[in-house]
Ligand binder design. Structure first.
Ligand code: HEC
Length: 193
């Protein structure tokens, strides 16, 4: 009697264990499927960002700022330049501070301000290049991503509209501002810089 009770108890116990294990295995299978799905997704996204692939992608995907410049607001850009003024002067003959003077920056040689001690990174990147509107746009979007190792400690201007305003202001820092991209296509070639 005792022993048969025990047998029943043991049987019930084993039955319960069996059911629990079955549920556990089944749910493991369900969850692990979900899990690996998710992980696969996350890793893909992370790999995109970490490998620098995203930076390159961003740079490629960045639309030319040219068409936005005609409608850009240089005054708003001047307001934004307050962020830059901690490190840069804007006037003709202005001093180099933490960063170089930015007079005539549009179409100026990269790393070309007299007497400024540029980082090796920007000298190498900029060798033989000038600051076109699009180069400025790429750089100002995310300086450290566009020129790895640059000494310019500035996060960047993310909004296209803001960058267009800012670049329109930079363009105005000149006695003869560079032609706007649309204008330059039609303009007589005689008087370009
Ligand atoms: C914290 C200081 C700092 C701030 C803020 C800053 N810059 Fe700079 N900037 C620098 C330094 C330093 C360099 C030189 C980079 C190098 O040597 O790698 C530089 C370089 C540049 C250059 C390249 C100049 C050349 O002669 O090739 C441009 C263009 C520029 N900055 C524009 C801006 C604009 C526009 C802003 C504001 C949106 C800004 N910077 C904000 C420090 C700064």
């Amino acid at each position: 009697m005792n022993s048969s009770d025990l047998t029943k108890l043991a049987g019930a116990f084993l039955g319960t264990v069996f059911v629990l294990m079955t549920i556990s295995i089944a749910s493991d299978a369900i969850f692990s499927e979900h899990h690996s799905d998710k992980e696969g997704f996350v890793i893909e996204a992370a790999a995109d960002g970490d490998s620098g692939g995203k930076a390159a992608g961003e740079a490629e995907a960045l639309a030319s700022i040219g068409p936005m410049l005609a409608g850009a607001n240089a005054e708003a850009g001047q307001g934004q330049f307050k962020k830059c003024a901690a490190c840069h002067t804007a006037e003709n003959g202005g001093a180099n501070k933490v960063g170089p003077n930015l007079w005539n920056i549009v179409n100026r040689a990269m790393a070309g301000a007299d007497g400024f001690n540029y980082s090796a990174a920007i000298k190498e990147f900029g060798a033989g290049k000038t600051w076109t509107y699009d180069e400025l746009s790429h750089f100002l979007l995310a300086p450290k991503k566009y020129i790895k190792g640059t000494a310019m400690g500035f996060a960047g201007v993310k909004k296209d509209e803001d960058r267009a305003d800012l670049i329109a202001y930079l363009r105005s820092l000149s006695d003869s501002p560079a032609p706007l991209p649309e204008a330059s296509q039609e303009a007589a070639p005689a008087k370009t810089e």
